[in-house]
Design a protein around this ligand. Sequence first.
Ligand SMILES: Cc1ncc(COP(=O)(O)O)c(C=O)c1O
Length: 396
Amino acid sequence: MRSSTLIRTIQATGNSFFIDSPPRSRSLLVRELWYPKFPSDLRMSTVANIQPKTNIQMAFHGGFSVSDDASDTIPILTTSQVLDGLKTHHEESNKVNKQTYSAMYSSVFGGITTDPAYMVISMDDHMVHRGHGIFDTAAIVNGYLYEVEQHIDRFLKSASMAKIKPPFDRAKLRSILIQTVRASGCKNGSLRYWMSSGPGNFQLSPSKYSKSALYAIVIEPPTPIGIEGVKVITSSIPMKPPLFATMKSVNYLPNVLSKMEAEKNGGFAAIWVDEEGYIAEGPNMNVAFVLDNGILTMPRFDGILSGCTAKRALLLADQLVKSGQLHGIQVRHVNVQEGKSAREMMLIGSGIIVKPVVQWDDVMIGNGKEGEVARALLDLISEDMKSGPSSVRTPV
Ligand SMILES: Cc1ncc(COP(=O)(O)O)c(C=O)c1O
């Protein structure tokens, strides 16, 4: 018998090992069990929670070394320990994040789970290790999905740009999304969904044998919407070229770094400006301005994400033209000088709806207060979410 160490006594009789550990329950790592006749690379490790004076039954004769200092050794877990680990991890993170994941669909599981601990995807999924995936969202408002058709259109367009063949046709995909929200019981929250080129291997391009995958999750509660004006900065993180900026892929590293840059500088978002000096968008929102002539002006969408909220705002803003609050609506290139001297600036996106900007870098926007048009647009979109036409509200 070979034995290392800190354990006081180990006795072996036949298949049974008696460990005389100190008089308290402890976790011991039985580090190396081996069959004497086998080469050393067939050694196994296991972890045992051993009570004082415990008999450990071994299924073979052999040798082992045991240490009660498990801190430097990574345990090899059983399936139930892995599942317990997932559960504990979720409970711990939930205490801090205070977000509820009330249902997840996975085409890999082939159904919906409501247990947040197991809302996971596989390591060999190409969306995980290569970023070969796309996603989209839709708000859940009073038991209705808001603009889900428009979001699905964009989702399918992104999939086509990313060369991912959808695992289902549009009708089935839509039905899965609705059923996932229904199973969640969520009335107000957000639905997110991803399409991946699928699990199967760790190559760069997807395996010809793997199938694309669909995942969807319901998240509660919704992000609080506020009208308080925010500061933005100009992003120093390079913006994505149009091919990548116009599709909603999971490659959000530039967006993440840009948001972090804003936060580090006391801002809410960082705004991208393209090489020609035209204003593009924020990391997960579009931008809009009310120029000095009273015209609502949005940057063109050809090199940025075509925001569903911004597009809806353009339609709803017509009411503000009719009421005289706006003198017109236009989509065109806007340069930084025009943007910074605008009467109003606002951020628009499904996560924030409409957020007035009161400062961009060191420049105060308008009179430095939340603008009237931003307020009016927030009211119009909020109302549209609660009682808009059936083209934008899908019952769950
Ligand atoms: C880069 C980017 N631009 C704009 C938007 C706004 O789009 P939407 O209004 O559809 O949320 C988003 C939203 O996710 C985004 O990620």
